[in-house]
Design a protein around this ligand. Sequence first.
Ligand code: 8YV
Length: 328
Amino acid sequence: MAADRADVVLIGVPKKIIVDGLAARFNLHVIPHDGNAEAAIAKVAPNVRGAAVTGAPYAMKGDVMARLPKLELVSSFGVGYDNIDVKYAAAHGITVTHTPDVLNEEVADTTIGLLLGTIREFPQADRFIRAGRWPKEGQYPLSAATLRDRTIGIVGLGRIGKAIARRLEGFGVPIAYHSRNPQPGVSYRYYPKLVDMARDVDTLIVITPGGAATKHLINAEVLAALGPRGIVINMARGSVIDDDALIKALKDRTIHSVGLDVFVNEPEVPREYLTMDHIVLLPHLGSASVYTRQKMEQLVVDNLLVWSEGKPPLTPVPETPWPPQKRA
Ligand code: 8YV
């Protein structure tokens, strides 16, 4: 059904491309993300037919969707949509879209940066210079780790995982992967069981979706299998790693190091990580360039625009229906 000048809510940060793009076509209601969100949603709830959500920590939970009886489409920012209750949306005929593909290359670039930075200790070496230690102590110690003798296991060979693997081919390192199903058209060794792959590689790159299905996939057993040379790079979601197990492995030095771009309670980071100098932490930078974020923002807008013309969404999530179904 065409939805020109439909009532649309924007939940999260009012990014300019999203606000301008939606305000030109819809009655846009920017929901403040302070204590007044509830009241602002209540005011417009009966008429809202579309929603834009600008990425975690902002969410679209089932109880909010339940209060929007005419809601047809949720256009979510980010490729990951664990902040959207797609189960509720699917059960109630609401279509959900996300922003895949436009960020693949950026996230893959960031992953390689974090991988090399962690292996060769670039942030620590930067701190060494700034602390004035070079003239006093001489050369920064040789890094114990190198990419040269490593074997990489990619956890989740989706679109971004493949972009990472393509880059790693250029580095001449052996590549293996674990995912629910083997991927057609790739020559990397496939492991149906993560723990088996962890035993055979020394470096894990985690780039799997978040949510219940992957919670604590990287656990004590996997870390033990990875062993003392082990390095884990997490570009997925904080929930994929069992922090208690990882912190213990890092403290006991039963793995070598980690590079973490994502955390369970962002922007909070477990204090134990902050006190460890031998690991690398990034504040969720995967897709965070102006160039790529603008493409993601535009895709949030475009999914709502095509919906307003009665056309199928550009980038729907697989779980929810199209066209949206009328609720009883
Ligand atoms: C975004 C991401 O930074 O796309 C994703 O799933 O994790 C990032 O690109 C995030 O969604 C913003 O909250």
